[in-house]
Design a protein around this ligand. Structure first.
Ligand code: 5GP
Length: 202
């Protein structure tokens, strides 16, 4: 049994990563999702261990010290991080794992796991991103400007990713990501090791 694929879905705040992953969960239930740890407070309806592992800052900092996180980042005043053991165990069982994380964290994963598949979700345009952040109705004009500034810097980091998926429509973006995963499973490198086990010269 080969190792599973580590698939990192990242991109600027407001681009719709969460909605695409929600659609992917329904369409591809065989894929496992990593549940992150965070110090942010649960939103209404969020459950500990399902949406996030909700931690105090002290608990989170102890996870950092114990090297229990594959990556972590501070985002808008809170810590977010990926528990390492779950990801490693799931990959070793031959299952694919998806991380839905912000851009700084994705780049840290790339340093440790260059064989991962790094997918950057793009807005159709910066104007459209502004409309989406605005439509959440939760941000002040100043916060929208700050998020737009961060987003335009984050988009410059696209060069570190393997794929760019434009989120023009959620269903289309979800299909593109599924196609990428299928194509990655068909890479010849994944089969060469097996051929050696079959004692076939390659
Ligand atoms: P939210 O507070 O809206 O749930 O998440 C804020 C941002 O943190 C989103 O961009 C989300 O993708 C990102 N995020 C969630 N979990 C993690 C994680 O484990 N690590 C990192 N680096 N970012 C995360």
């Amino acid at each position: 049994m080969g190792k599973g694929l580590l698939i990192v879905i990242s991109g600027p705040s407001g681009v719709g990563k969460g909605t695409i992953c929600g659609s992917l969960r329904e369409a591809a239930p065989e894929i496992t999702y990593s549940v992150s740890a965070t110090t942010r407070k649960p939103r209404e309806g969020e459950k500990d261990g399902v949406n996030y592992f909700f931690k105090t800052r002290e608990q989170f900092e102890s996870m950092i010290r114990n090297d229990a996180l594959l990556e972590w980042a501070e985002y808008v005043g809170n810590y977010y991080g990926t528990p390492r053991d779950f990801v490693e165990q799931t990959l070793n069982q031959g299952k694919d794992v998806i991380l839905e994380i912000e851009v700084q964290g994705a780049l840290k994963v790339k340093e440790k796991f260059p064989q991962g598949i790094f997918i950057f979700v793009m807005p159709p345009s910066l104007d459209e991103l502004r409309v989406r952040i605005n439509n959440r109705g939760t941000e002040s004009e100043e916060s929208i400007r700050a998020r737009m500034h961060v987003a335009s810097q984050e988009i410059q980091l696209l060069k570190h990713y393997d794929y760019a998926v434009v989120n023009d429509r959620v269903e289309l973006a979800r299909q593109r990501i599924q196609s990428i995963i299928t194509a990655e499973h068909c890479r010849r490198e994944r089969f060469l090791a097996d051929l050696q086990k079959w004692h076939v010269e390659v």
